[in-house]
Design a protein around this ligand. Structure first.
Ligand SMILES: NC(=O)c1ccc[n+]([C@@H]2O[C@H](COP(=O)([O-])OP(=O)(O)OC[C@H]3O[C@@H](n4cnc5c(N)ncnc54)[C@H](OP(=O)(O)O)[C@@H]3O)[C@@H](O)[C@H]2O)c1
Length: 349
């Protein structure tokens, strides 16, 4: 049995841990907590061992702590870092590298510059094989993962006919569980968003992709508005939708008025954490005008990267083929069934 430690128990770490507990091949060593708050008891109530930094152990005296983070690392085969952006790099240098432990990092880190955590930004649809046997890999963020799910099938089908992608990312303000975080009544502009550069790390540095981003006061998913330019007349919307019929983690829906409709449906269906774990093409919004296809899709901010982490873990720990990892991830996440249910609920009228 392979032992995995999850360092960080927030929006991403708690989800990853929950799914790993359903995986018969993995033993979860425990989770790392940094603040002595009610989430420590939440983790313990779920049967998890909680580990904390050595210099903070006294502040956790009211909780039943299993030990220090350093001690948890001594008994694990791989760590999934789910720290706030930037702390993953510090953890790599101070904890994982000295102990020679392979690690997965999340999208708030970087793969360029002085504080890069890896030279590989993972997207299972694009570069799965490159993660096999790697020691340190970064999983792309939710927006970066979502764009890959659209761009790669387009590239496979249309290749040289594609001449430019313009994307506006409309980002959610906070996650559903982040109740301590106020959702501020404003539209915030993001200067120099990292997402385009991140996508180019796996899609090719010369990709004609131009990204801008704003943040809006909602907890209900991101929405991407994408214009795709062709070197001649653009395909019809139906041809675009057809491409995604069998795509993993892409549902094509017609009648959701907004992103909350999708979240509410996921909740009513009892999807774990109310996640769909995918993107949803709002097919009623796709148009083809001259040389350009305009489309919109929503991106399940927290859920989308969880099956990706699971695929990545299998590449790094077991060196499995894409097909084998995909089948195992599907047996745990049931993405096909979720996609079908979403497409039925929001079918074209
Ligand atoms: N939220 C999303 O939608 C989303 C989607 C894709 C990717 N990501 C990326 O995933 C990462 C985690 O984001 P999140 O939304 O899960 O953040 P979060 O909800 O704020 O949780 C962060 C967790 O990290 C813990 N932590 C604090 N200092 C740490 C350290 N030095 N090392 C390890 N863990 C530490 C925190 O512990 P305490 O609470 O005990 O202080 C908390 O449990 C970021 O890189 C983010 O960009 C987030």
């Amino acid at each position: 049995m392979n032992k995995v430690f999850v360092n960080g128990y927030g929006s991403i770490g708690s989800r990853i841990t929950s799914f790993l507990k359903d995986d018969p091949e993995i033993m979860v060593v425990g989770v790392g907590k940094y603040s002595p708050d009610e989430k420590v008891d939440v983790a313990i109530s779920k049967g998890l061992d909680v580990y904390v930094p050595a210099n903070k152990i006294t502040s956790f005296s009211n909780y039943k702590i299993a030990g220090t983070i350093a001690s948890a690392l001594d008994s694990c085969d791989l760590v999934i870092d789910a720290a706030p952006g930037g702390y993953g790099y510090k953890n790599k240098v101070n904890l994982y590298e000295p102990k020679n432990i392979p690690a997965i990092y999340q999208g708030g880190e970087s793969i360029i510059g002085d504080e890069s955590v890896s030279d590989l930004l993972f997207n299972s649809r694009v570069n799965y094989d490159q993660a096999i046997g790697k020691q340190h890999v970064m999983q792309g963020s939710c927006n970066v993962t979502g764009m890959g799910r659209i761009l790669e099938p387009l590239r496979a089908k249309f290749g040289d006919k594609l001449i430019r992608f313009d994307v506006t990312l409309i980002r959610r303000w906070a996650d559903i569980e982040q109740t301590e975080k106020d959702v501020v009544d404003t539209i915030e502009m993001s200067e120099k968003p990292h997402h385009g550069d991140d996508v180019k790390m796996y899609f090719g540095k010369d990709t004609p992709l131009y990204v801008r981003a704003i943040k809006v006061p909602t907890r209900q998913m991101h929405l991407h508005i994408m214009d795709i330019r062709f070197n001649d007349l653009a395909p019809k919307p139906s041809e675009i939708h057809e491409l995604f019929t069998n795509e993993f983690g892409v549902a094509t829906i017609w009648t959701a008025k907004g992103t909350k409709d999708i979240r509410d449906y996921a909740q009513s269906m009892g999807f774990n954490f109310t996640d769909t774990n995918m993107i949803h093409i709002h097919a009623n919004m796709t148009t083809s005008i001259g040389d350009t296809v305009q489309m919109m899709y929503s991106d399940d901010q927290t859920g989308i990267v969880i099956p990706e982490n699971h695929m990545l873990l299998q590449a790094m720990l077991f060196g499995r083929s894409y097909e084998e990892s995909f089948a195992h991830t599907e047996s745990i996440f049931h993405m096909k069934e979720k996609k079908q249910k979403l497409q039925e609920r929001f079918a074209q009228k």
